[in-house]
Design a protein around this ligand. Sequence first.
Ligand code: DQA
Length: 150
Amino acid sequence: MASVLVLHGPNLNLLGTREPERYGHETLDDINQMLSQLAESAGLGFATLQANSEADLIERIHATRHDDTAFLLFNPGAFTHTSIALRDAILAVELPFIELHLSNIHQREAFRHQSFFADIAEGVIAGFGANSYALAMTAAIDLIQQRNIE
Ligand code: DQA
């Protein structure tokens, strides 16, 4: 069964208490639960990892070569703006993915306007709080169905 992998980058384990006025009150568990239900109703598997370390995220991306991951939803957190290594990892495993953010990074500091992922992503969703994840999952399900990935 094709599976969607959701990767959350650094500091996203603190969702719910981290700058709630910016990132909302939902916890990472709330978000993951909502996403696993969406994937399950579409007949897809679901896996997720939050990591504060770049290395752990890279290792998990490499592991998709040997599991049933068909699509990646990725909120790289601050690594969005810094990590060529994560960009290279995704290119190496040739995994289609959507970049997503809770906040609208383009309304924020100039250093957040650059992404090392946007130009190689299927698409980018930013600015809708926890709903960014739901919108990204809906888009991923559509693409998986359009492409008949099993
Ligand atoms: C974020 C935006 C990043 O700039 C920031 O470093 C984060 C969260 C978001 O989801 O809005 O950690 O990725």
